[in-house]
Design a binder for this molecule. Structure first.
Ligand code: ATP
Ligand code: MG
Length: 334
């Protein structure tokens, strides 16, 4: 990655952040902010695409997500944290891009298709929801981001963004928009506690970054292992064994996890021991975040003030891109 890389990522303020966010994207953002120019977008407009009748949910979760960012180690002096609805250039770019994307193309987007089925939208599908990949392309391109640290559910969005970049650039005398690249973490899709393939706020199968000690204990206790591993002395299965998936994602000592896996496979390692190891690791990971978060969330005014400051900075960046696109298209710019 070149040293001039610009990074844009974001989250929908539809609930507090969870371990899936941490493993899929947040952990990378904390590391990347020291080396690259990073923007993090609180995607409230995108949150509204399937919560249009419940704006309070989105409003209430904005400070929750901000507190999670700070607790996880996002430093607002290194990362520009901004609010989607405070950046009108994003909506204007969306309006321009909507004209070069067909309905068939958005309907073919596998993530959107899957989410439509999951949410039970049929004729009730909001127009805004169907076109959210286009607005996400506007978000990424407005910042001229070339690196996007995301979970693998976002790969179709990146592909679609690059199609839009290609098409838009072909309409302008000079290319204005930048192609982008998804940066996948080692855990690009953390499964949910319930066995679903993805931990997700919408599915209610999450372990929050603010989870209490007791909640973590109960979650680990209830986790599925290998249903056929009845006695500790039996050989066990690793594939699909949630406890090992989570150990892989969060345990700092990879050699120890490898050793545990080998032991489990050949027999002699009990589920209880594995769960204890996982619980210790999750308690140690979450406790400091939970404590920091509890302090940040007490001053919601300060959280919103830092969002305002970041949004002002982001406004200048995104307006500049919008202006270049309008000029590139030959539209009058006043
Ligand atoms: P919602 O259900 O409201 O869509 P979500 O839990 O999917 O919420 P988002 O705000 O849509 O969270 O996702 C924000 C970022 O976190 C995206 O980059 C997404 O890929 C990543 N992410 C979310 N869940 C996971 C997961 N289980 N594993 C890896 N990455 C994830
Ligand atoms: Mg999502």
């Amino acid at each position: 990655m070149n040293s001039k890389a610009i990074i844009l990522t974001g989250d929908r303020p539809t609930g507090p952040l969870h371990l899936g966010h941490y493993a899929g994207s947040l952990r990378q953002r904390v590391a990347l902010q020291h080396h690259y120019q990073q923007f993090v977008l609180v995607a409230d407009l995108q949150g509204l695409t399937d919560n249009g009748s419940n704006p309070q949910k989105i409003r209430d979760n904005i400070p929750e997500v901000l507190a999670d960012y700070l607790a996880a180690g996002i430093d607002p002096s290194l990362t520009t944290i901004c609010l989607q609805s405070a950046l009108p250039a994003l909506a204007e770019l969306t309006a321009l891009y909507m004209n070069i994307v067909t309905v068939a193309r958005v309907e073919r987007n596998p993530t959107v298709k899957n989410e439509i089925a999951q949410k039970g939208f049929t004729r009730s599908l909001p127009v805004g929801f169907l076109v959210y990949p286009i607005s996400q392309a506007a978000d990424i391109t407005a910042f001229k981001a070339n690196q996007v640290p995301v979970g693998d559910d976002q790969l179709p969005m990146i592909e679609q963004t690059n199609e839009i970049v290609r098409k838009m650039n072909s309409l302008m005398p000079e290319p204005v928009l930048h192609h982008c690249n998804a940066m996948l973490s080692e855990t690009s899709r953390l499964p949910g506690l319930d066995g679903n393939a993805k931990m997700s706020k919408s599915l209610g199968n999450t372990l929050l970054l603010s989870a209490s000690e007791e909640t973590i204990h109960r979650a680990v206790n209830a986790m599925y292992t290998d249903a056929n591993h009845l006695k500790a002395t039996d050989p066990g299965q690793i594939d699909g064994n949630r406890v090992f998936t989570y150990l892989d994602a969060f345990h700092a000592n990879k050699a120890k996890v490898a050793e545990m896996k080998a032991h489990y496979l050949r027999g002699g390692l009990g589920d209880r021991t594995c769960k204890n190891e996982l619980e210790i690791c999750l308690q140690e990971l979450i406790a400091p975040m939970r404590e920091r978060r509890a302090t940040y969330i007490q001053d919601k005014g300060a959280l919103i003030a830092l969002l305002k400051k970041g949004s002002e900075r982001a406004h200048n960046v995104t307006q500049k891109t919008l202006r270049e696109v309008k000029e590139g298209l030959g539209l009058p710019v006043f």
